[in-house]
Ligand binder design. Structure first.
Ligand code: DQA
Length: 147
């Protein structure tokens, strides 16, 4: 089973970007650690990062063809992209919304997620472990579907 991990704008700069908020680890090291966990659980992870809204939408569309689920950190697009929201609603596979930081304890605008209502659930505030928890959440969902 394949799962696509999508990271949106500015997340390519993890490690150097506001380390007090987002930590010191790079996106590739976070992805590597997540891959090791996924492999043990029997999943194959694919990774995609883009700073462009359209490319994120294309990746969501493509995921429906060969993936069982998506882990999505849409970055700031979370807070205002109706186009990404519509792309999530258009595909039938579960999408878990992820944030490294606790978006509810930061700026007012970060408290709004326009994608949350069409996602399977949201995990925020646990740094890189937010991605791990999202993987656990998808695994739990798939195991329930089998029953
Ligand atoms: C983020 C939170 C967003 O508000 C912000 O724009 C990001 C990162 C997070 O992972 O905490 O780029 O999605």
């Amino acid at each position: 089973m394949k799962i696509l991990v999508i990271n949106g704008p500015n997340l390519n700069l993890l490690g150097e970007r506001e380390p007090n908020v987002y930590g010191n680890e790079t996106l590739s090291s976070i992805n590597e650690e997540l891959s090791v966990k996924a492999e043990k659980m029997g999943y194959e992870l694919k990774f995609f990062q883009s700073n462009s809204e359209g490319e994120l939408i294309d990746a969501l569309h493509a995921s429906r063809l060969d993936c069982a689920g998506v882990i999505l950190n849409a970055g700031a697009y979370t807070h205002y992209s109706y186009a990404i929201r519509d792309a999530i609603a258009a595909i039938k596979i579960p999408v878990v919304e992820v944030h490294l930081s606790n978006v509810n304890s930061r700026d007012e605008f970060r408290k709004t997620s326009v994608i949350a209502p069409v996602c399977a659930g949201t995990i925020a505030g646990f740094g890189k472990y937010s991605y791990h928890l999202a993987l656990d959440a998808l695994d739990y969902r798939f195991s329930k579907e089998k029953k």
